[in-house]
Design a protein around this ligand. Structure first.
Ligand code: RB5
Length: 148
């Protein structure tokens, strides 16, 4: 599995921590920036990571900003993206089982590094359940189609 990862300055430190974890697990990733703590605009990184996921260049994405809110709102504007803002392991697990989330978003100013890595672990290892949940995802696709 190849992960697209990105953040703004508010999520930079958490992103670096997650990269260390991915590296230690031998999970391939591509870092779309930002590359330091200088102030940048989160939509730029949401757009890059979301594009890598919908194009198939990467299988899933991880995005961090200060709260995780702005970067998740921006990522969800890209058709085909289901970005889930998670601050706990239960939500991360359910975002995969029920929502087939293809991008995980977290807030670097909200979630500590230890919890952040635990959230990533459970999110990466949990599979989509399908069944009745697929019907609901199809309805989300309908919303996208009806608002082009
Ligand atoms: C940047 O200061 C901050 O607004 C951003 O990281 C994020 O929290 C936005 O939702």
């Amino acid at each position: 599995m190849k992960i697209a990862i990105g953040s703004d300055h508010g999520g930079f430190e958490l992103k670096e921590c997650i990269k260390e974890f991915l590296q230690s697990e031998g999970i391939e990733y591509k870092d779309f920036g930002t590359h330091d703590t200088g102030s940048v605009d989160y939509p730029d990184f949401a757009s890059k990571v979301a594009s890598a996921v919908v194009s198939g260049e990467c299988d899933r994405g991880i995005l961090c900003c200060g709260t995780g809110i702005g970067i998740s709102i921006a990522a969800n504007k890209v058709p085909g993206i289901r970005a889930a803002l998670c601050g706990d392991c239960y939500s991360a697990k359910m975002s995969r089982m029920h929502n087939d989330a293809n991008i995980l978003c977290m807030g670097g100013r909200v979630v500590g590094k230890g919890l952040g890595v635990e959230i990533v672990k459970v999110w990466l290892e949990t599979e989509f359940e399908g069944g009745r949940h697929q019907r609901r995802l199809d309805k989300i696709l309908d919303i996208e189609r009806n608002h082009r």
